[in-house]
Design a protein around this ligand. Structure first.
Ligand code: FES
Length: 162
């Protein structure tokens, strides 16, 4: 079970305080926590609940509804495959299936070495370059399944070189 340090608890409370005057602060609080820690486990949701008075059930509902939020730590490289309509008709399912096959994980999963997470996304606003993939914010246009081994190798090399 996760045991949060006092400093982490204080930081989460501080993030909640940032939005104390907002009428609907939850999304902003969770965005900041996600950015700072990379995920929002139940223990963190309980702290947010105690601080804001918003129920854990409501917080959990928001965390699990939006793909940007995660209950578990994500990999070093987060591969976002758009499955919106424009990307879907251009073969996005084949693209995400290929990433899954080569990395041995399902969408939403993270490789055991903590290197890669695959996320299925809704439209990311790049329909003209469908099918689109993002990796830690870098956009890959018109991705073809034959490009995918090279894309993965690029990140394995970068990750291993550190
Ligand atoms: S549907 Fe994929 S970017 Fe719009």
């Amino acid at each position: 079970m996760l045991k949060l340090s006092e400093a982490a608890v204080a930081q989460i409370n501080k993030i909640c305080d940032r939005y104390a005057d907002e009428p609907t602060p939850l999304i902003m609080i969770l965005e900041d926590i996600q950015k700072e820690y990379g995920y929002i486990p139940l223990e963190v949701q309980e702290i947010v609940s105690a601080k804001t008075g918003i129920s854990v059930a409501e917080i959990y509902g928001v965390v699990t509804f939006y793909s940007f939020f995660s209950l578990k730590p994500k990999g070093k490289y987060v591969i976002g495959c758009c499955l919106g309509t424009a990307c879907y008709v251009k073969g996005a399912q084949r693209v995400i299936d290929k990433f899954s096959e080569l990395l041995g994980i399902k969408p939403g999963g993270t490789t055991e070495d903590g290197m890669f997470t695959i996320d299925a996304l809704r439209c990311i606003g790049a329909c003209s370059i469908a099918p689109a993939v993002t990796i830690n914010g870098k956009v890959y246009p018109k991705v073809d399944v034959k490009d995918i081994p090279g894309i993965i190798a690029e990140y394995r090399k970068a990750g291993g070189a550190e």
